[in-house]
Design a protein around this ligand. Structure first.
Ligand SMILES: C[S@@+](CC[C@H](N)C(=O)[O-])C[C@H]1O[C@@H](n2cnc3c(N)ncnc32)[C@H](O)[C@@H]1O
Length: 438
């Protein structure tokens, strides 16, 4: 752990409330830039199973291992990830024999997290055999239905590839479990490569200059990788240590339906960032192939997620629950038409209202003295910095947590747009560490 650092607060770069927070928490902040490489999915490129599907908002397996060790977590604990994504936290805890529970509101994330443990049921060589069978039957399979009224689906793939994908999907749907789920995961993992799209930044971008990969070649490569992983997890002994975990498709703002066997003692998590992240766009190809039937369902899903996206809607009289957010929202609203994106104030307001609900729920379900480690990103709009790490920490304090520390994992450059207009100011990505009061 590095030394405490006093952060230099640049006047004019943040509002009075933001500056007050910087002063208030200065003694709790530390830099540990070694964490920088662990807060992104890049660290999973050499981790079996997690490397198979690129959930780009994931953090690294090693990050979870590190925090489990720091919290001294063992089999008597229960680890909870309220935004579990592809299940990095759940897998890392389970491989150490620690019970784990996760929730996520995005069906494709829940599907991936539930499918990872199925690889433990597979014997070396089996995936290759099933793949050969699929190769025989896919070309004549009746194409599976997809949500073609979602605009991106009409332009994402070369026509021949789209038809081939629908046939492969139908063939995979006909398999028995666990091969159906495993091959569906591998199928999802080649969609981006076989398309004109790329998961860049917060959206799925259409890139006409891209050369889509050949479907069969991409699948062959994935199956080979998966075969390697089936052997690898045995060599690592994960199959022997592994404890099945629970993944609930649900909203962390309302946890009453999550059947916790024991109150969780540890949370290791990362929420969506308050910066136009729309998971229903980034993962729209996967969603349209399997999880939604049409655009109306996709839109409904978008509005059921945390309001980190630009289409966030506010209820009448809904207000941000923290003065630093209201300060920035007022500043942005006052800019009116000059504002780069007029919907950002509503997104920020909705985001913090939602996070307050989430933190309240965690406080309710957690065991006394439970610890929380959560990765968050600060944001900057129109040149003004919003210290999301400190705001959430103060909100957590109001809900009955003690702020133990705020660990700065890395500094990120701001967007090129912001940089052009307001200069380059590094934006913190931090790990907030809280303890529930007795
Ligand atoms: C930063 S990602 C977490 C990634 C995860 N740490 C991993 O390693 O895969 C945030 C997650 O929050 C989920 N999410 C968004 N709104 C939610 C809600 N209301 N309840 C639960 N999960 C939600 C998103 O679907 C996304 O998977």
């Amino acid at each position: 752990m590095g030394q405490p650092v006093l952060f230099d607060v640049k006047t004019g770069d943040s509002g009075d409330e933001a500056q007050r927070l910087e002063q208030k928490y200065a003694h709790r902040m530390r830099e540990d830039l070694r964490m920088g490489s662990m807060v992104s999915y890049v660290g999973n490129r050499d981790v079996p199973l997690l490397r198979l599907y690129r959930y780009k908002e994931a953090f690294a397996f090693r990050f979870v291992e590190e925090w489990l060790a720091r919290f001294g977590a063992g089999p008597e604990d229960t680890v909870f990830d309220p935004f579990c994504g592809m299940g990095t936290t759940l897998l890392a805890a389970s491989c150490r024999g620690i019970p784990a529970v996760g929730t996520d509101r995005l069906p494709v994330a829940v599907f991936i997290a539930r499918t990872l443990p199925l690889f433990f049921q597979v014997r070396p060589g089996e995936l290759t055999r099933v793949f050969e069978h699929l190769r025989q039957i896919a070309p004549s399979a009746e194409p599976a239905p997809v949500a073609m009224d979602v605009a991106i689906m009409g332009v994402a793939f070369p026509a021949g590839t789209l038809l081939a994908l629908r046939r492969w999907k139908a063939a995979i749907d006909g398999l028995d479990s666990p091969f159906r789920e495993i091959f569906l995961l591998l199928f999802f993992s080649v969609l981006e490569a076989c398309s004109y799209t790329s998961k860049d930044g917060q959206f799925l971008r259409l890139r006409r200059d891209k050369r889509p990969a050949d479907l069969e070649e991409a699948l062959t490569g994935k199956v080979r990788e998966a075969e390697t992983d089936v052997r690898w997890i045995r060599e690592l002994g994960w199959d022997r240590a592994f404890l099945p975990f629970q993944v609930v498709l649900g909203d962390t703002r309302r946890l009453e339906d999550v059947p916790f066997e024991r109150s969780p003692t540890v949370i290791i998590t990362s929420p969506p960032y308050a910066n136009r992240y729309d998971y229903t766009r980034t993962y729209s190809l996967e969603l349209c192939f399997h999880f939604v039937r049409n655009f109306a369902e996709l839109r409904e899903l978008r509005h059921s997620l945390l309001r980190s996206h630009i289409e966030a809607r506010l209820a009448p009289a809904e207000e941000a629950p923290h003065p630093a957010v209201r300060e920035l929202v007022d500043f942005l609203r006052a800019r009116g038409k000059a504002l780069n994106n007029p919907r950002i104030p509503d997104m920020l307001t909705g985001y913090f209202v939602d996070m307050q609900k989430a933190i309240r729920e965690w406080r309710r379900v957690l065991a006394p003295s439970a610890r929380v480690a959560m990765v968050v990103d600060n944001v900057r709009f129109e040149g003004r910095m919003l210290p999301v790490d400190l705001i959430l920490s103060e909100m957590a304090e109001e809900e009955g947590f003690v702020v133990e520390e705020i660990v700065v994992a890395r500094y990120k450059g701001n967007s090129s747009q912001q940089m052009g207009r307001y200069g380059r100011v590094p934006v913190r990505e931090s790990i907030v560490v809280w303890r529930k009061q007795e």
